[in-house]
Design a protein around this ligand. Structure first.
Ligand SMILES: NC(=O)c1ccc[n+]([C@@H]2O[C@H](COP(=O)([O-])OP(=O)(O)OC[C@H]3O[C@@H](n4cnc5c(N)ncnc54)[C@H](OP(=O)(O)O)[C@@H]3O)[C@@H](O)[C@H]2O)c1
Length: 314
């Protein structure tokens, strides 16, 4: 069965990549909501989102709309905005959803899924852990930077459309499945983001910086605290194994520029509070210290602040 229309909120790097999987998986009516009119104009001008992957180009004929102008109700809504923007999508999603709409949070880190669940209902909201990379090189052009797997799950229910969504995305070229161990996969993804994102953003380097002796030592320290936070959340992770896993991912993606580094270079707010900040919050809530992750979080906020101050002067 193909759902029509299906909506993507946020047509950036991940929204663009997902639109390609959906289209190739058989969904032809895809509405994409944007924040800026310039993005909408670019997508209208080009006739859709151009996705470059494995030496090929696909023009995905999506219908762009502004987030303040809700269109038809959707059976499935994929939320692909940055974590810091999720709060601004709630009204739109209320307007374009019905009682049985499946709403999927695809943000990295923790906090976005929780906010959507609270505002829109646990039974309707699911999470997608995206182990893929993409880069938006122009408002209507996205380059794929690695296709791993998308793992879907819900914390309290299993929405009937979730399995079908995973099947569509699989058909569209991306390995995808539904798990009952959602928390474990979220923490595994957080471990990658909590190490690679801030270390590359602070040093303005490619992911390979993590593999230096200094990078490895800080990575281990970040993960020591992350393992404790995960345990408080009911997820048991083995530190040395997790460390080797994160280094392996850093090696495979060694030439990539992380999304946090890209945010810093563009003078945008990062997702640090949803990544390392979450480790701090979880440990401090239980009276435990998270000195390394607090330092990392504060350093990124300092860089955000200095970037915005510098930009304001130019
Ligand atoms: N990029 C990756 O490789 C990757 C991998 C895994 C997970 N993720 C996660 O995916 C999420 C999105 O990241 P991204 O890299 O795709 O970001 P991005 O390229 O910056 O795209 C964000 C999109 O959200 C839109 N947007 C912002 N506020 C909106 C609103 N209120 N209503 C509707 N649209 C809105 C923006 O619209 P405009 O175009 O109009 O500005 C833009 O199209 C993040 O949480 C990230 O951590 C990314």
């Amino acid at each position: 069965m193909v759902y029509s229309p299906l909506c993507i909120v946020g047509g950036g790097a991940i929204g663009g990549l997902i639109s390609m999987f959906l289209y190739r998986g058989g969904v032809t009516d895809i509405t994409v909501y944007y924040r800026s009119w310039s993005s909408i104009e670019a997508v209208e001008r080009e006739g859709g989102i151009l996705v470059k992957t494995s030496g090929r180009e696909y023009l995905i004929p999506v219908k762009p709309r502004h987030y303040t102008l809700p269109g038809d109700k959707c059976d499935i809504i994929l939320n692909c905005v940055k974590a810091v923007d999720v709060k601004d999508t709630i009204d739109l999603i209320r307007n374009i959803s019905h009682d049985h709409t499946l709403i999927v949070s695809l943000q990295n880190g923790f906090g976005s899924l929780e906010l959507l669940e609270e505002k829109l209902g646990y039974h309707r909201v699911a999470c997608g852990v995206v182990n893929c990379g993409a880069l938006r090189v122009a408002p209507s052009v996205v380059e794929e930077r690695g296709i791993g797997e998308i793992i879907f799950g819900q914390r309290k229910y299993v929405h009937p459309l979730l399995l079908e969504l995973a099947e569509i995305i699989r058909r569209g070229g991306c390995p995808s499945r539904v798990t009952v161990y959602l928390s474990k996969y979220r923490w595994l993804k957080l471990s990658i983001n909590a190490v690679i994102n801030p270390l590359t953003a602070i040093t303005r380097s490619r992911n390979s910086i993590v593999l230096t002796p200094w990078g490895r030592e800080i990575a281990y320290n970040i993960l020591e605290e992350l393992v404790k936070a995960a345990e408080l959340d009911g997820v048991k992770l083995e530190l040395d194994r997790l460390y080797r896993y994160v280094l392996r991912i850093a090696k495979i993606t060694s030439n990539n520029y992380s999304s946090m580094l890209q945010d810093i270079l563009r003078g945008k707010l990062t997702e640090i509070d949803y990544i390392n900040g979450v480790i701090v919050e979880k440990l401090e809530k239980h009276g435990l210290e998270a000195r390394i992750n607090k330092l990392i979080t504060n350093l990124i906020h300092l860089i955000e602040h200095s970037t915005s101050t510098n930009l304001a002067k130019t």
